[in-house]
Write a protein of this length. Structure first.
Length: 469
């Protein structure tokens, strides 16, 4: 019997902010239990750490740069082959519930103006061919969220806090499924802990005035700061309050994960349902003196995402930790591989399901490409200057530049000895060989994936896509 697949996708949940990943403040017993019963990836990366491109890649398996996807305000073509298409063809019942964010974004595109963002109906041809649709494009208001059902253009208001309400919708939809029903593939996409930062009062009350253990890079600037709006030290108390609310939202998510796991058990679905927990990107939370809700940077707080897979067929491998780096492009082929479904030919990512099954210890590659292609918003980081990077088992290398000068060496961090990225070694003579090697690996991956990024010449290595006139 083919397994069911349930993907719980949280928005802006950084890898470091869960108990099973070592956070000293938060309590996430249900997610921790999921990790203990399954496989926890410790170096999962959001290739392009902002909402829209992550979701495009999850749905199609392709790099954001392959379609010149900007950070926001972009609509995915109905012509794309999606995750739902592949599972539909394999006989699955496909369900999408929650935030979509592939239909244009924040009310700036035609027909969206003068309307509440989460009242924008997504017509069926733009729903990625998910058979069951309980979605919305973007709400950004966890206490005032509307969703749409299938092809019905009438908005329906969630009666509860968004995370609670969306979990309710999925459980209601799956309740009482006949034993001989087709297997399901469900993506449950919640916005929290994405801003605006808010949570149910009971969750907030537990965090009021609590002391926090802060990382060493909190409100500490790197010697070569990013071209972003840096937080001022006077904002520290606001940052701490934001962080407390962020943790309250995460604990609410954890409670709902617990509810879902109990529901699967009660419905007799637990032994045949693969549960995957992942996030689209993280947020800075004051690290490197960046304001709490900012992402987009190549720092671990931004690109580092949780990835936990519980496959009941491999319970004997419970508690397995995988340190091989994986990235967004790997999710589509991995979900297909877990279910025994054939993904489209030519996807750039790797099927990581052999890691879950214990067939291999690491993926046969040097690392993963990272990128920020473009932001349409002038006031945001990387509007006119963009970055690329390469993440290996131990190190991370990035370049930064505009379309005329091209990307030039920017950062190099030893994530084993310097996990909080406080010592940029890109100009360190002792690291020169490693820097050059990572530059070459990055350039090779850019060539392999037809990246349009302008890369300056460096270290005697020819650039890419350089202006010649």
């Amino acid at each position: 019997m083919s397994p069911n697949v349930l993907v719980i996708l949280s928005d802006q949940l950084r890898r470091q902010a869960l108990g099973c990943y070592g956070d000293p403040n938060v309590a996430t017993p249900n997610i921790d239990a999921l990790a203990w019963e399954g496989v926890r990836f410790t170096q999962a990366c959001s290739t392009y750490p902002i909402c829209v491109p992550f979701r495009f890649t999850l749905m199609t398996g392709h790099y954001g740069h392959s379609r010149f996807v900007p950070g926001i305000e972009w609509r995915m073509s109905p012509a794309e082959t999606t995750l739902a298409d592949v599972f539909n063809d394999a006989g699955y019942h496909t369900i999408y519930c929650g935030k979509w964010h592939l239909y244009g974004g924040h009310a700036h595109l035609p027909k969206h103006t003068a309307r509440k963002t989460n009242l924008t109906w997504i017509p069926p041809e733009h729903q990625g061919r998910w058979q069951r649709w309980l979605g919305f494009d973007v709400a950004n208001n966890p206490f005032d969220t509307y969703y749409f059902e299938d092809a019905d253009p009438r908005p329906r208001r969630l009666p509860r806090y968004q995370t609670d309400g969306l979990f309710d919708l999925v459980m209601d939809d799956l309740a009482g499924r006949p034993r001989d029903a087709a297997p399901f593939m469900c993506v449950l996409s919640v916005e929290p802990p994405h801003f605006p930062l808010d949570a149910p009062q009971a969750d907030l009350a537990r965090w009021e005035g609590r002391d926090l253990t802060l990382p060493p890079n909190f409100m500490v600037r790197d010697e070569r700061p990013t071209p972003a709006r840096l937080a001022d030290a006077a904002q520290m108390e606001k940052l701490l309050d934001n962080l407390r609310t962020y943790y309250a939202m995460i604990e609410n998510l954890d409670q709902n994960v617990g509810r879902m796991l109990s529901f699967l058990e009660a419905e007799g679905l637990s032994e045949n349902t693969i549960v995957v927990l992942v996030s689209d990107h993280g947020q800075m939370d004051g690290a490197h003196a960046e304001r709490s809700t900012i992402k987009a940077h190549p720092y671990e707080e931004s690109i580092g995402i949780p990835l936990i897979v519980r496959d009941p067929r491999y319970r004997h491998r419970r508690g397995l930790v995988v340190s091989s780096p994986v990235a967004t492009e790997d999710l589509f082929p991995t979900l297909a591989g877990l279910a025994g479904v054939a993904p489209p030919v030519g996807l750039p990512g790797a099927d990581s399901s052999p890691l879950v099954r214990g067939e291999i210890a690491r993926l046969p590659r040097d690392g993963v490409l990272l990128e920020f292609v473009h932001d349409l918003r002038p006031a945001f980081p990387y509007h006119g200057v963009y970055w690329r990077g390469f993440r290996s088992d131990r190190f991370k290398y990035t370049v930064l530049g505009d379309a005329e000068t091209g990307g030039m060496p920017w950062q190099f961090y030893d994530l084993q000895d310097d996990p909080y990225e406080m010592h940029n070694r890109v100009d360190d003579p002792a690291s020169r060989g490693l820097v050059v090697q990572h530059h070459r690996w990055m350039r090779e991956r850019m060539v392999e994936t037809n990246d349009h990024y302008v890369l300056a010449s460096a270290f005697g290595v020819a650039g890419l896509n350089l202006w010649t006139s």
